[in-house]
Design a protein around this ligand. Structure first.
Ligand code: ZN
Length: 672
């Protein structure tokens, strides 16, 4: 599980003192940022070398994600890139510039659908222009199948790009639809229905296995020529094998430089899993990985999160390489050292609590490279592994990524969001004083404690909540954080300076959930993404249930809507109540209640309010989505090929980076 940056919190951190350039180009609804790898120079050569090889392993899986997001994505990317680099016509024409923007969006989303809203991009260049351009370049650079003409390629692929009715959504979550037939993601072969897929996995679920593997997470479900369903497993020698081999190659290079012998075992298990595709081995790898809390350098590498599958089963490929932010880790460690206290004192029914909180480890890290589904749009907090039984018996490892939250905060300075959307000066001051610190703390609470808290009742199938599972899980973790960020215990632990600070988080959370996150939704669309649904669910539920006591309200001032919180303590009580209910739903696997909550509070958009927010937001000229350009690592080697130095550089442009990645990490064929 991960925490996405709310990015709209009107953080007014202290003035930028260094001259690092955090913001880069803007296109469509995107702003590119850069993150600084603070402390890299102070690492040992061994650590730097380890990071270098792991970063290579992190970049080798890029093509996998493109293919997972849609079966035409690699071909479309390669067609666009060839025009971008080789087109000899007018590069200043509106058509060419529109194609450039489209390509930048395709790079950003690893496909033709929006990374967040999942809807297909509308190209603002014409099919005629694209076809003529494709016919004007060297055909050997185009993704043609043997014997295929450029026209035939266009005929095959153009409807996918230009016809709004073809593959309109990457992940469709609409209640009542066949979620597979209406989703463009490439986890199930075309024509396989939701019912067939659910039946396939239900039949294979071993009854009463207390330690079930996460079935289906590393494969595509396909139909053979006799109509029977089977899995194409992502492994060396299997589907995506050529990419996975390269990942393994660099993991092997990295292995000798691992921080500890235990970490070498982690890498060994991961390689074994990549070779076999065996999910039991994957669980073993996860257990070794989560137990390794000592290593200064750490990584995520593999098929991890299942947000891209409408059934929440198949995992997208991602990678992150990082090292410990020692000072900030002390903060998270205070939380995890007190995990049992937080569990015992939560407003949840004792039947759903963990009697013994195991191994909730927490640290704050500095990201060194982002890859796959964590690039360029990324998480600011990660809690893994996702397996319920592993979490129950062994705990989980939780991180917050300080140089990314720092970069967001720096980029938000002077954005004008707080001026436009926060109700008054007193609240703005509150947010300016405590906002940034409480944001980080909420993320820590969400990741270190929230996801790790609670337990399922014996016999509850962890997949019962189906399409609502992700939203409920994120709501659970967020509510845990909201409830406790206001607790006097945090003042006692020295994590918040006083009993006022949490109010900054309450205000920004409610404002985001009720209003400002809507800037990410196009007019007429509903909320789809799990983290956004969860924020809407919590904020609107609290608004509704606090109505009779006037706890929170939406007020109008000069025609503009604002959130006003009248009773912060009562709001905390409401968060506690909802936390108890959400935990009950999760623990009992109450699908109907989950569906009811999510559909009532988390999905629909108030059209009038939406329009108002979009109008106000537009005037600020900001991009609702942000992503990061990676730094570039270059190595110096001695005569024997040993690395003698690793240097870091932050100057590569977005397009140059993407083109380089497409060239150097070109690991998959056009059709997979
Ligand atoms: Zn989360």
């Amino acid at each position: 599980m991960f925490t996405a940056a709310a990015t709209l919190c009107p953080t007014t951190a202290t003035a930028q003192t260094d001259d690092f350039k955090y913001t880069d180009e803007q296109f469509a609804d995107i702003q590119m940022l850069r993150y600084k790898v603070e402390g890299f120079e102070q690492l040992t050569l061994k650590e730097k070398t380890f990071i270098y090889y792991l970063s290579e392993a992190a970049l080798q899986g890029r093509d996998i994600l493109f293919d997972q997001n849609g079966r035409y994505n690699l071909r479309i990317r390669r067609m666009l890139e060839t025009i971008y680099t080789d087109f000899s016509g007018d590069r200043n024409s509106e058509e060419f510039r529109a194609l450039t923007t489209y390509l930048k969006r395709v790079w950003f989303s690893a496909g033709i659908h929006h990374h967040y809203g999942c809807e297909k991009f509308e190209p603002e260049f014409s099919a005629d222009f694209f076809r003529a351009a494709l016919k004007s370049v060297d055909a050997s650079k185009l993704p043609l199948t043997p014997g295929q003409t450029v026209d035939a390629l266009c005929d095959e692929v153009f409807p996918v790009i230009f016809d709004p009715a073809v593959m309109p959504m990457r992940v469709n979550q609409k209640d009542g639809d066949d979620l597979l037939l209406t989703s463009a993601c490439n986890y199930y072969a075309p024509g396989i229905t939701q019912q067939e897929a659910e039946k396939f996995y239900a039949e294979r679920k071993p009854a009463g296995d207390p330690r079930p593997v996460m079935m289906g997470m590393n494969s595509r479900l396909v139909r053979d020529e006799f109509g029977n369903l089977s899995e194409c497993v992502w492994r060396v020698g299997g589907l995506y094998g050529t990419a996975i081999e390269r990942v393994v190659f660099y993991l092997e290079k990295a292995r000798p430089f691992a921080c500890t012998a235990e970490q070498q075992t982690v890498i060994d298990r991961l390689i074994e899993y990549y070779r076999t595709g065996d999910l039991r081995t994957f669980d073993n790898y996860c257990i070794h990985w989560l137990k390794d809390t000592e290593s200064s350098v750490d990584f995520v590498n593999g098929f991890t999160e299942s947000y891209g599958d409408p059934l929440g089963m198949k995992a997208s490929w991602e990678s992150l390489v990082n090292f410990k932010d020692v000072a900030a880790t002390a903060r998270a460690e205070k939380l995890s050292a007190n995990a049992q206290w937080f569990e015992d004192n939560s407003p949840v029914d004792p039947r759903f609590k963990k009697e013994e909180c195991k191994g909730v480890s927490a640290k704050v890290i500095t990201a060194a490279i982002l890859g796959g589904d964590l690039y360029p749009s990324t998480a600011i907090g990660i809690n893994l592994p996702n397996s319920d039984w592993v979490r129950r018996e062994f705990g989980s490892k939780s991180v917050t990524i300080s140089n990314l939250t720092g970069a967001y905060a720096k980029a938000a300075q002077g954005s004008g969001m707080d001026k436009e959307f926060v109700i008054d000066n007193a609240t703005r001051t509150l947010i300016a004083t405590y906002g940034s610190a409480c944001d980080d703390l909420h993320t820590d609470l969400h990741e270190c404690l929230g996801h790790g808290s609670g337990r399922l009742l014996p016999g509850t199938d962890p997949d019962t909540l189906k399409a609502y599972g992700s939203t409920i899980e994120e709501a659970r973790a967020d509510l845990f954080g909201l409830y406790y960020v206001a607790d006097p215990k945090l003042v006692e632990l020295g994590l918040t300076p006083n009993l006022e600070a949490y109010k900054s988080q309450y205000y920004t959370y409610m404002m985001n959930g009720l209003m400002t996150q809507l800037v990410r939704i196009k007019p007429g669309f509903t909320i789809e993404e799990a983290h956004m649904r969860n924020r809407a669910l919590i904020a609107r539920w609290a608004l509704e249930h606090g109505k009779k006591d006037n706890v929170v309200e939406l007020v109008k001032r000069k025609g503009k809507t604002y959130v006003r919180i009248n009773d912060y303590e009562a709001l905390r009580t409401l968060f506690g109540k909802l936390l108890a209910e959400i935990q009950r739903i999760k623990s009992e696997g109450d699908y109907e209640a989950a569906r009811n909550l999510v559909e009532t509070y988390g999905v629909q958009v108030d059209a009038a309010l939406h329009k108002e927010i979009l109008t106000r937001y537009e005037k600020l000229n900001l991009s609702p989505y942000k992503g990061f350009i990676n730094p570039v690592y270059t190595v110096t080697k001695d005569a024997n090929g040993n690395i003698t130095d690793v240097r870091i550089d932050y100057t590569e442009a977005y397009d140059a980076q993407m083109l380089r990645y497409s060239r150097d990490y070109n690991t998959l064929p056009d059709v997979n």
